[in-house]
Design a protein around this ligand. Structure first.
Ligand code: 6PG
Length: 246
């Protein structure tokens, strides 16, 4: 059954620290119970501060050699491009953790989009040791929210919202970074825990709509996130939560 928890912090800084604490806690639990932490990263700009915290203040709190890093979505650009989600995570955290290259499972944004999606599916199947009709189960999946209500690269009106066969698909979206690869809703909802981190007044309407509105999933894609057998945690600052009624 899906469970939702909402935590509201006074400032964005407090929200980043709370997110880092949560990651540390879930990592510890996952490593204790099954000897590795299967961690799916979000892109965009909001998580950069959290990644920096993980690689500094929280660095000694996680057994990094037991962590496998994945990505929820990627823009179709080379891995050293300023718009690359991998580049952001690498700069803020991965490059500072002395990881083995085999611990990082990135989406190959430099490839043609459909090819990148296929390669990522293969990578997921191999890493999770799953067959054709099985889904990967992340211990923790970080997600962001766009002001237009998208999450990962599931944008309003996207056919990817109704994709039931694939683990990852190429999408073309209304954004300067048009070509992207995203995990599909089935994969996101198979995670043990998803964590939305949303800060700032500019996201307040989207947060209200996704958490309390009756807009359809096609218009507010983040509404599709409801782990089948897991928890959805929302970490918000006061500004992002300012329009919530409770
Ligand atoms: C991306 C994302 C996307 C992001 C939201 C929020 O590649 O753009 O992964 O889903 O999380 O757009 O982005 P910001 O944190 O930059 O507001």
């Amino acid at each position: 059954m899906s469970e939702r928890q909402i935590i509201i912090l006074d400032s964005a800084e407090d929200a980043y620290v709370r997110a880092a604490e949560e990651i540390t806690h879930v990592a510890g639990e996952a490593i204790c119970t099954h000897a590795e932490f299967l961690f799916c990263l979000a892109g965009g700009s909001t998580p950069a501060k959290v990644y920096e915290l993980m690689a500094s203040r929280f660095r000694l709190s996680v057994d990094w050699k037991e962590v496998q890093f994945f990505f929820g979505d990627e823009r179709c650009v080379p891995p050293d491009d300023a718009a690359s989600n991998f580049a952001m995570a690498n700069r803020a955290m991965l490059s500072k953790l002395a990881l083995k290259p085999t611990q990082i499972h990135r989406i190959r944004g430099e490839q043609p989009p459909a090819k990148a999606a296929e390669l990522y599916e293969d990578e997921l199947r191999r890493s999770f040791g799953i067959g054709e009709d099985e889904l990967p189960r992340f211990d923790l999946m970080l997600l962001g929210l766009g002001a237009n209500r998208h999450t990962a690269s599931l944008f309003p009106g996207s056919p990817a919202l109704h994709e039931n066969e694939r683990l990852a698909v190429a999408v073309e979206v209304e954004d300067p970074h048009r070509h992207r690869v995203t995990l599909t809703p089935a994969v996101i909802n198979n995670a043990q825990r998803v964590m939305f981190l949303v800060t700032g007044e500019g996201k307040a309407e989207a947060v209200k709509d996704v958490l309390e509105g009756d807009t359809s999933v096609d218009r507010a894609p983040a509404k599709i996130v409801a782990p089948t057998d897991g928890v959805a945690l929302w970490i918000l600052d006061r500004a992002a939560a300012s329009l919530l009624s409770r």
